[in-house]
Design a protein around this ligand. Structure first.
Ligand SMILES: Cc1cc2nc3c(=O)[nH]c(=O)nc-3n(C[C@H](O)[C@H](O)[C@H](O)COP(=O)(O)O)c2cc1C
Length: 190
């Protein structure tokens, strides 16, 4: 194998594109593009958010935010929301033409038209040099009926979710299903 060095990992392998929505001090909505999110062992979320982001300040103040799984139809809006900061363009969310309503569960906005939204409350900030790991409790998850399968569970194929791939700095769709988890490996069981 060829060693590429630690920096080659860059922003990491392909991960879902999420929209982190928060309220500003005046009650207007701010949204940023966020892909560095993972579920922790306890069923909480760990989100890697830069300290200089408006979203960081808003979460610190309101202790809440929502995450929308972005789909392909929202790609231009989400890319814009990840390019400009609410500090420089306070009405950036309004400019996209998207609308939001207040979450029923947390003090944060829910983007109208979200296929899937995760409503979160802040547990704590773990601060390092440039980024903060925002540990958050999942208070609720809501999905548009159109993305539910016959069993009432989320059908990922219906979301149209997109992934950010940092090696090529591009967005990708979800590919084909290739196997069943906790099942394919059974060939090695005696
Ligand atoms: C594809 C993409 C993924 C991004 N992922 C993250 C991320 O995981 N964490 C982060 O802090 N910023 C990330 N950003 C950058 C923020 O979205 C960007 O700095 C945004 O302008 C911050 O907005 P705010 O200052 O209004 O909160 C990403 C941007 C793009 C385009």
């Amino acid at each position: 194998m060829k060693d590429l060095g630690a920096k080659a990992f860059s922003y990491g392998y392909a991960s879902p594109v999420l929209m982190a929505a928060t309220y500003n001090d005046d009650g207007t909505v701010n949204v940023m593009n966020l892909h560095e999110v993972t579920r922790t062992n306890a069923g909480d979320l760990a989100c890697c958010i830069g300290k200089p982001k408006k979203t960081h300040e808003n979460i610190e103040k309101r202790k809440a935010f929502t995450l929308t799984l972005a789909n392909e139809s929202l790609m231009k809006e989400i890319d814009y929301l990840g390019t400009v900061s609410g500090y420089n363009v306070p009405d950036k969310f309004e400019r996209t033409g998207l609308k939001a309503v207040k979450s029923k569960h947390v003090d944060a906005p829910v983007i109208v038209g979200s296929p899937v939204v995760i409503e979160c409350e802040l547990i704590e900030f773990v601060e390092t040099d440039h980024f903060t790991t925002v540990l958050a409790k999942i208070v609720n998850m809501a999905a548009d009926e159109s993305v539910l399968g016959e069993n009432g569970k989320i059908d990922t194929g219906k979301i149209g979710m997109i992934f950010y791939e940092s090696f090529s700095n591009s967005y990708y769709r979800l590919g084909e299903k290739v196997g069943k988890a906790w099942s394919e490996g059974k060939v090695f069981m005696g």
